[in-house]
Write a protein that binds this ligand. Structure first.
Ligand SMILES: [Zn+2]
Length: 436
């Protein structure tokens, strides 16, 4: 299949820039014992150019049937994680069509050279879906681009003694025989990589949110006693971030704690997932509780247009850790900035923050140098203008995508003067600028 599109050079052979997904309706059935997933995806497609074919991303699962507006297409072929649908009738730019894909198989993570493995993964007793950055095609056919946001309905049927958590709001829960169907609706636009399903023997609990945002947790019974050590101040943290970043951008927030240990936590839209090893209450874990919550503003509401702009997610979420340290009475952001500046100074300086390359996009130096960039900007602007900038950033771009140039332009707008020198030094040079 020659000439298949790549939407983002950091993620070869994923995504198609010629169409936009408006809505995904995913109806999934999952057998936990046999790790068997069968699904029907109904995708509302909008053509961005005249289309005589549609390319979707779908990995490891077998396509059973494809229809376009209820009719069989000319043909479809599925190879190397791409589903190519040749259309009987051309879809003109700006027009919409409904593509239905029935599929089934044994889902498992997709391994990529630069990015490791991501996607639908079996736990000891349940499922975790870690989509970032290339895992979405392991469980539904999609246009796998960070800059293509859609609304979702995700419906999962599985054994009745399990809890299913997905993005957005639980709108229906129906028991049938030994099974149960959980239906979630995600209204706020979301890219495929932030879509998720979490299945486990979890108790659903309501946390004391101390504010306007409902906060839930899905926790194994055996981990309930330890939960508060790391998550006891989640409501307070939410209030702090709403004050600094503006209103929490989704109707509710859910924390999932898996019974398995996980190497790192992960963010999805409107929820975050942690392993049970993150419950000791040490700063190394509490900082990640802050980090994942901050991604709801920086990464999920406002999403990078291209993966090279990852510092707009990770630098901001890392800086939020220091802000929580300051507000929560642990340690000042100044002290964290000095600490990490000294550490970075001792490491190799071969990374460009504005374009780290796919190998280094999740390198810890992207996180820390990104946070230091914001700290330097805060020093330059003063607190009022700096936090005003963060709130305007979210208010202006929530629900959409943005890039580094957008952030620099907004910062200059807020400052009332260009800040090219500061951004050049931190983003586009390899040497580490001094912290003033
Ligand atoms: Zn992160």
């Amino acid at each position: 299949m020659p000439h298949l599109p790549t939407a983002d050079p950091y993620l070869p052979h994923h995504g198609d820039p010629s169409w936009h997904a408006v809505h995904y309706d995913l109806d999934l059935e999952y057998d936990l014992v046999g790790n068997r997933l069968s699904g029907t995806a109904v995708i509302t497609v909008e053509a961005l150019t005249d289309l005589d074919r549609l390319v979707l991303d779908l990995a490891h699962l077998q396509v059973k049937k494809v229809t376009v507006d209820g009719r069989q297409p000319a043909k479809h072929a599925h190879r190397q994680h791409r589903l190519v649908v040749s259309l009987r009738d051309r879809i003109r730019a700006g027009e919409r069509a409904t593509v239905t894909v029935k599929y089934a198989g044994k889902p498992h993570p997709l391994v990529l050279r630069h990015h490791g493995d991501a996607g639908w993964e079996e736990l000891t007793d349940g499922v975790i879906v870690a989509g970032q950055p290339h895992g979405a095609p392991t469980w539904f056919p999609c246009n796998d681009r960070a800059d293509d946001k859609a609304a979702y309905t995700i419906s999962v049927s599985t054994a009745a003694n399990y809890t299913v958590v997905a993005n957005g709001t639980l709108v229906r829960r129906t028991r049938h025989g030994s099974g149960e169907t959980w239906t979630y609706q995600q209204v706020e636009p979301m890219p495929p990589y932030l879509a998720t399903v979490q299945i486990g023997r979890y108790a659903l609990i309501e946390l004391d949110s101390a504010g306007r945002v409902p906060i839930h947790a899905a926790v194994p019974d055996s981990a309930r006693a330890d939960f508060d050590a790391s998550f006891g101040r989640q409501g307070e943290m939410m209030a702090c971030f709403e004050r600094l970043f503006g209103p929490y951008p989704f109707p509710a927030y859910t924390v999932v704690v898996t019974d398995d240990e996980l190497e790192i936590p992960l963010e999805s839209q409107s929820l975050s997932t942690f392993g049970r090893n993150f419950l000791t209450g040490e700063w190394e874990q509490v900082r990640l509780v802050a980090h994942e919550l901050a991604h709801q503003w920086f990464g999920n509401a406002v999403t990078m247009r291209r993966l090279q702009d990852i510092w707009l997610h990770e630098g901001f979420a890392c800086y939020a850790e220091w802000l929580w340290a300051e507000d929560g009475g642990y340690r000042s952001a100044d002290a964290w900035a000095a600490h990490h500046h000294a550490r970075l100074d001792g490491l190799r300086k071969d990374l460009l923050l504005a374009d780290p390359g796919p190998d280094l996009m999740f390198d810890d130096r992207v996180y820390k140098r990104g946070a230091l960039t914001l700290h330097a900007l805060r020093g330059e602007l003063g607190d009022d203008a700096f936090f005003g900038l963060l709130r305007t950033w979210v208010a202006r771009y929530a629900g959409g995508s943005a890039d580094t140039a957008d952030f620099e332009a907004l910062a200059a707008e807020v400052a009332g003067r260009p800040l090219t020198g500061l951004f050049d030094a931190w983003l586009r040079r390899k040497e580490l600028p001094a912290l003033t």
